[in-house]
Design a protein around this ligand. Structure first.
Ligand code: SF4
Ligand code: SF4
Length: 492
C-alpha cells in the first residue's frame, strides 16, 4: 500500500515543523517520492517504521482487500465532504449490463448533453452514481426532471449504456408526491376523469360536434364528427390540450380524413391520447391508459389506431402495446402520423399542392418519433417526414445536425409541463440556434410539445420570428380537395 500525504499533514501528524519533514525526506530518513498536487507517496512499511520510531499508531491501516492501493490522510472533519455511501449490494437502478456497469467514464455523454453542467447535472455522474449504488441521492435530485430524456447522451455513448432507460427508472423510483406538479396532476386527473385536463364528457362531445359543423360549413361539405362509430376502420385519439385550448387544431386531421375518404371515429369515452405515465415514470398508469384505448378499439370493432399528437403518445402507446399487450398488435395496426399520411399520398387518396407555401421551410425531428423510435422499434421517422414536408412546400432546408443527431426542442420528457423553465429555455438555445442558422421561416414538426416550445417559447426568448406548423396542419393546408360528391364518401 502507498501512503499519500502533504508535508504539512505529516508535520501535523508527527508534531514537528514542516522543514523537519522535508529534511527527513531529503536525507532518506523518510523515503518518499513527490507525486501530483505536491503530495508525497510513501511506502506503507516506511511510514509504519516512522510511526514506530515516534511511538505512534499509524493513522491509516492497509486494506487487505486492496493490496497496492494508495491512501490519503483524511482531512479534518470540518472540511471533509460527506463520505460516499456505497450501496452496491442492494442497488436497484443498475440491474443490467446495459446500464452502468460498462461505462468507461469517457464523458462523451456529458459532452453531448445540452444541459450538462446546469445545476451539476451530468449524465456521466448519474451513470456513476447508479453504478455505485448512490440511488437515494440521485432519486432525490432534480436532475431526472430537468433532463428532457432526449437521448443525445446515449446516442454518442461508445458502450451503448442505456442512459435514457436509467433516467426513466430513476423517475419511476421517485416518491409520487415528489413528481413535479403538472406531470403528477395530469396522470391523476387522467386516471380519475379520463383525460389529463378533466374535460367533462358532455363538454367534449358538444365541442367535437360543433367543430364538425364548422368544418362542414367552411371546407368539407357534408362532414359530421364521427363519434363511437362501430365498425369504423380507424380509431383516432385526441390530445386534451386541443379541445381545451385550440379546438381548431383537431380539425386539420378531420379535413385530411374527409379528403382521403377514411372510415374513422373518435370515442366518447377515454379519448385521451396523452400518456404522461411515460414521463412521470408511472408504468401502472401508462398501462391503464393504453388498456383503455384497446378496450375502445374492441368495443368499436376498429382495425387500426392513430395517435395524432404528440410524439410521446405514439411512443408510450406502442411501447406499452409491445411490452404488455403484444397480442393486440395481431388484432389492429398502430399507425404513426407519418405512416398514415404517406399511405394516403402514395395510394393517391390525398393530393397536395406546394404552390401555396413559399416560405423557406425546415423540419424539426421529435426525439420520440426519431431517436427513440429508431432505438426501441427499429425505425425512426426521418425520411417520411421530409417526403411529406417537401410535398407541401416549394423551398426546403434541413437543420444541421438533424435526424438521429437532431437537438431536442428543450421541452421533451414532460419538461414543458414541469417547473424548470430556465433549464427548458437554456436547453432550447441549441434548437433556436439551428433554426436561426438555417434561415427557415417555417418550422414543421410532428409533436405538440415541440410545436409549443418553438412557437411560444423559443420564438420569444431568442427572437426567432418563425412560423411553426404541425405536419398534418401543413398537409391539411396543402390539400387539393376532391369534389364534394366524392370527398368523405369513399371508404378505405
Ligand atoms: S458516454 Fe457512455 S461510456 Fe462514456 S461516460 Fe457516458 S455512459 Fe460512460
Ligand atoms: S437525455 Fe438529453 S437532457 Fe437527459 S442527460 Fe441525456 S443528453 Fe442530457
Amino acid at each position: 500500500m502507498i501512503y499519500e500525504a502533504k508535508v504539512n499533514e505529516l508535520a501535523q501528524e508527527f508534531g514537528v515543523h514542516r522543514n523537519t519533514i522535508r529534511n527527513w525526506i531529503n536525507t532518506g530518513i523518510l523515503p518518499a517520492r513527490e507525486g501530483p498536487g505536491r503530495r508525497y507517496l510513501i511506502q506503507w512499511e516506511d511510514y509504519r517504521r516512522l510511526c514506530d520510531k515516534y511511538g505512534r499508531e499509524p493513522r491509516i491501516k492497509p486494506d487487505p482487500a486492496a493490496p497496492g492501493k494508495s491512501t490519503t490522510v483524511p482531512r479534518s472533519s470540518a472540511t471533509a465532504p460527506a463520505p460516499v455511501r456505497l450501496n452496491v449490494e442492494t442497488k436497484e437502478l443498475d440491474t443490467s449490463p446495459g446500464l452502468a456497469d460498462i461505462c468507461l467514464t469517457c464523458g462523451s455523454c456529458a459532452g453531448a448533453c445540452p444541459i450538462s453542467g446546469v445545476d451539476e447535472l451530468d449524465p456521466r455522474k448519474i451513470v456513476r452514481m447508479a453504478f455505485l449504488g448512490l440511488e437515494d441521492e440521485v432519486v432525490a435530485s432534480s436532475w431526472p426532471w430537468k433532463c428532457t430524456l432526449c437521448g443525445k447522451c446515449e446516442a454518442v455513448c461508445p458502450m451503448n449504456v442505456e442512459i435514457v432507460q436509467l433516467l426513466r427508472r430513476i423517475r419511476a423510483r421517485c416518491d409520487r408526491d415528489k413528481v413535479p406538479g403538472a406531470l403528477r396532476k395530469g396522470v391523476v386527473t387522467c386516471l380519475e376523469k379520463g383525460n389529463n385536463l378533466g374535460i367533462p364528457k358532455d363538454d367534449f362531445l358538444a365541442l367535437a360536434r360543433e367543430m364538425g359543423k364548422e368544418l362542414a360549413r367552411t371546407s368539407c361539405p357534408g362532414f359530421g364528427t364521427p363519434i363511437d362509430v362501430r365498425g369504423a376502420r380507424l380509431l383516432v385519439t385526441v390530445n386534451s390540450k386541443q379541445p381545451f385550448a385550440e379546438p381548431e387544431a383537431m380539425t386539420w386531421w378531420w379535413k385530411i380524413f374527409h379528403a382521403a375518404g377514411e372510415s374513422w371515429t373518435i370515442s366518447s369515452e377515454y379519448w385521451e391520447g396523452i400518456n404522461w405515465g411515460l414521463h412521470a415514470g408511472d408504468y401502472g398508469a401508462m398501462r391503464t391508459m393504453v388498456k383503455r384505448i384497446i378496450d375502445n378499439i374492441e368495443r368499436l370493432n376498429c382495425t387500426a389506431l392513430l395517435l395524432p399528437e404528440c410524439g410521446h403518445a405514439y411512443y408510450a402507446t406502442r411501447y406499452a402495446l409491445e411490452r404488455w399487450f403484444p397480442e393486440s398488435l395481431q388484432q389492429f395496426k398502430i399507425y404513426s402520423v407519418f405512416d398514415l399520411l404517406l399511405e394516403y399520398l402514395n395510394q393517391g387518396k390525398i393530393r397536395l399542392d406546394p404552390a401555396g407555401q413559399t416560405k423557406l421551410t425546415t423540419f424539426h425531428d421529435s426525439c420520440n418519433y426519431g431517436r427513440h423510435s429508431q432505438k426501441t422499434f427499429g425505425h425512426g421517422y426521418f425520411e417520411e417526414a421530409r417526403i411529406l414536408t417537401k410535398a407541401c412546400c416549394k423551398r426546403y432546408i434541413d437543420l444541421v445536425p438533424d435526424q438521429e443527431e437532431n437537438y431536442c426542442c428543450g421541452a421533451g420528457g414532460g419538461a414543458w409541463a414541469d417547473p424548470f423553465e430556465a433549464e427548458r429555455v437554456f436547453h432550447g438555445r441549441l434548437k433556436a440556434r439551428q433554426i436561426s442558422a438555417s434561415g427557415a421561416h417555417l418550422v414543421v414538426t410532428s409533436c405538440l410539445t415541440c410545436r409549443d416550445q418553438i412557437l411560444y417559447s423559443l420564438n420569444r426568448e431568442f427572437n426567432l420570428h418563425v412560423e411553426v406548423q404541425f405536419l398534418w396542419q401543413l398537409v391539411a393546408n396543402s390539400l387539393i380537395m376532391p369534389p364534394a360528391e366524392t370527398a368523405g364518401a369513399r371508404r378505405v
